[in-house]
Design a protein around this ligand. Sequence first.
Ligand SMILES: CC(C)=CCC/C(C)=C/CC/C(C)=C/COP(=O)(O)OP(=O)(O)O
Length: 872
Amino acid sequence: MACLNICKEEGSAQGKPMKKEQEVCTRDGSVDRHGDPAIRGRTGTWFAGILILVNQGLATLAFFGVGVNLVLFLTRVLGQDNADAANNVSKWTGTVYIFSLLGAFLSDSYWGRYKTCAIFQAIFVTGLASLSLTSYLFLLKPRGCGDEQTPCGSHSTYQKAFFYFSIYLVALGNGGYQPNIATFGADQFDEGDAEEGYSKIAFFSYFYLALNLGSLFSNTILGYFEDHGMWALGFWASAGSALLALVLFLVGTPRYRHFTPQGNPLCRFCQVMVAAARKWKVQRVPNQDDLFELEGSKDSSKNGERRIQHTQGFRFLDRAAIKDYTEDENDIYNPWRVCPVNQVEEVKCILRLLPIWLCTILYSVVFTQMASLFVEQGAAMKTTISKFHIPPASMSSFDILSVAAFIFIYRRVLDPFVAGIRKDPKGLTELQRMGIGLVIAIIAMVSAGVVELLRLKYAKKECPNCESASSLSIFWQIPQYVLIGASEVFMYVGQLEFFNGQAPDGLKSFGSALCMTSISLGNYVSSLLVTIVMKVSTRDKMPGWIPGNLNKGHLDRFYFLLAALTTADLIVYIICAKWYKYIKFEGNQQRNLGGESKLSNEEADLKVELEKLSDFPKRKSQHFPSVEMWRNTSKLLSNPNYHHNRLNSSLSDFSGNGFVFGPQSLLTHYYSSPQSATSDSLKLGISNHKSDGIRAFSSSSAAAPAVVDALSPLASAVQLARHYSSCYWELSKARLSMLVVATSGTGYVLGSAGSAVDLAGLGWTCAGTMMVAASANSLNQVFEKNNDAKMKRTRQRPLPSGRLTIPHALSWAVSVGVAGTAILACKANMLAAGLGASNLFLYAFVYTPLKQIHPVNTWVGAVVGAIPPLMG
Ligand SMILES: CC(C)=CCC/C(C)=C/CC/C(C)=C/COP(=O)(O)OP(=O)(O)O
C-alpha cells in the first residue's frame, strides 16, 4: 500500500497520468535507504550494479595483492621455513572463509547487507594500511630486503604481533564483506521484472569476471613487484585499491536498494526443530490448511519477505506448524511451540540445499589443484622460450582468460543456443550448469594426467636422474588451465546464482557464504587427500605419488584418482539434483531465478499466448492466422497490462535468448497498427515496415517454409536461395572479408618473390582466408546481436533484424570456419591454417568481448588486421 501511495504521488506530482504500480516501484519488496519502497527508475539496476562490480574487482585486487605472495613474504621477510609458512597461509585462508559466515550472519540477521559491506570494507582498508605501515616501518629492514637473494633481519615479538594483527584484520574485512557484496549486487535487480531478472542473472557472471580480472592484476603485476622485493609498494597499492573500492561503494549510497534483515536465523531454525520435536508423538500430520500461519503485521512476508509455498518433503518438520493451542491464545503464541509454515519451509529449503552443497566440495578440490600441484608440475617442465622465463604460477593467467572467454561464450552463444533448441527462454538451469562444470572438471583432470604422463616420458628419455625436470614445454599445461577456467564459469557462477536464488529471503547472504565455504572445505579436503595418498603410496619405502622430485613420483595417478572421484561425485550430484525441488513462492511472488521459470506471471501468460502463435509456421496448410489466433492476439492486445513497451521488451527478451517464434514481427506489426496488416503481408509472412524498405522475411527463418508454401516451387526455391545468400553475404561482411583476402593475396605474391607465383596455391590461400574471415565475421555478429540491434548502422543485419536465427548463423560460421581452415591446412600449409584459426579466435573471442569492456580492443583489432598478410 505504501508503495502504491508513493507511486500515486509520483504520477500526480508531475501532472501526468498516474503510472501503474509495477512500473514505478520494485515488486520484490526492496526499499531505498530511507526504508521507503524502492522506486524503479531511481534506484538499483546497472548504475548500482556497475559500482558494485568495480568495487568487487578492486577489492579482489587488494586481497590477492596480499594473499598471492603471502607464503613468500613469510619465508623471505619473516624467515619462516616452507612448512610453517604454508601452514600459516592455510590457517589465514581458512579464517577468511570462517569470517564469511560471520559476515553473512550479521547481515542476514541485524545489519543488512549495505551496512555489513561498509563496515567490513572499512576493516579491510584498515588492515591493509596497517600491514603496509608495519612492513614499511619495521619488517622490511634492511631496505630492499625480501627478494630472492636478500633475506631480512630478525624481528621483535611486537613487530610480528602487529603483522599478524594486520593480516587477520584483512581476513576479517575480506571474509565479512565477500558473501554480502555478491548478494547486495543481486539485490539491485528486481526479480519481479523480466528485464531486471535477466540482468540479475547476467550480474552473477560479470561478478565472477570482475573477481577474476582483479586477481589477474595481482597475480601478474603486483606479484611481479613483490617477487622482486618491492613488498611495500605491493601492499600500499592493495591498500589504495581497497580504499578506492570503499569510496566507490559509498558513492552509490543514494542509489542502492535494500532488503530489511529478518532477525537471527539460527534462532528461527532452533525454534522449528524444538517445536517439531515437542510434537513428535502427534500421529497425523494435518493438511496445509490446518498449519499455522501468521497474520497481519506479524507476518514477515509483509516485511518484504516472500511466503514460501508449503512443500511435501521433510514432513516431520510440519509438526512444528501444528497448532496446539486454542484460538483465543492466538495473540501470544509461543514460537518454541508452534512455528508458521514459512519458517518451517525456510528450514526445509536449507536442508534441501545441503546435499547439493556437499557435492560441490569435491569440485573445489579439483579447483585448488591449480594453485598447488599444477604449479609444481609446471615448475618441473621446460619453462623458457628462448631466454625468457615463464613463472609457473603465471600460467593461471590462462585460467583467467578462459573464465572471461567462457562467460562470454556461455552468455552469448550457449545459453541462447540451448534456449533456441528447447524453444524455451530458460536455457540451462543452474543445476544443469553445475553438472556441466563437474564434467569439464573431470576432463581437466584427465588432461592434466595425460600431460604428466608425457612429462614423465620426456624426463625418463632425456634425463632419468634429473631433479623434477623435463623438456616438455610448460605450454602443454594450457588445456588444463583453460578447462578449469571453463568449469569455473559453469560451476561457480552457477553456484552463486543457485545458492543466492534458492536461499530463503532472510538467508540470502548465507547462500553466498555457502559458496565460499565450499571452496574453503575444498582446500582442507585436498590436503587431507594428499596426506592419505602419500601415506598409502609411500609404503614399502616407495617415493610415493607426489614426492619432492616429481620425476620419481606418479602425479598422473593422483590426477586420475581425482577424475575418478569427481565422476563418482557427479553421479551422486545427478541423483541429488533430480531430487531437488526449486523454491516456490506463493501467489505472484514467484521468483525468476529458480530455474523453474525466469518469467514473472505476466510474462508467463504472454509466453503462453506467443507459444500458441508460434505454432503458425508449423501448420503448413494454414497460411492465414486461425480464428483462435486472432482471438488470442486480440485478447492479448486488448489487455491493458500488455502495453506496447512491455510487449516489445518481452519479445526482444525472448529473441535475445534465441527463443524461436515465427510470428514475432507479425505480432508487433498487428499491435503497432492492426489495420495496416494486409492479408498479403500476413500470407507471405513478410513485414513491410522495415525502415529501409527492404522486404525481409519474417523474424524467424523457421517461418520460411510456411512462406514458401504460398509460392510456386521454383519461385519459392529462388526466393529461399536469395534470402539465404543475402543473409550469408551480410553475415560474413563479405566486402570486408574480400579486403582481408586482398592483403593475404598480396602477402602470397610478395612471398613468392624471385619465383613464379603458384596460381593454384594463391587461389586456395585466398579461398581459405575468405572462408575463415567469413566465419570470424559471422561469429562476431552472433555475439553482438543485441548491440547491433541498438545501432542504426547495424540493426538491419540478418540477426538483429530477425532474418536468421542464432543456431542457423552459428552453423554457418562453424561450417565455413572448419572448411576454410581445412583448405588452408591441406592446400597452403599448417602455419597459414594455424594463423587463420588463431586470428579467428582473436577476433571473435578476444576482440569482440573486449570491445564492450575496454578501448584496448583497438590494439587487438590491429593485430587481427595484421595477420592475414602474414598468412599469405
Ligand atoms: C583470417 C581472418 C580470421 C581474418 C579476420 C579478418 C577480420 C575479420 C578483420 C576485421 C578486423 C576488425 C577489427 C573489424 C571491426 O569489427 P567490429 O566488430 O568493430 O565491426 P562492427 O561494429 O561493424 O561489427
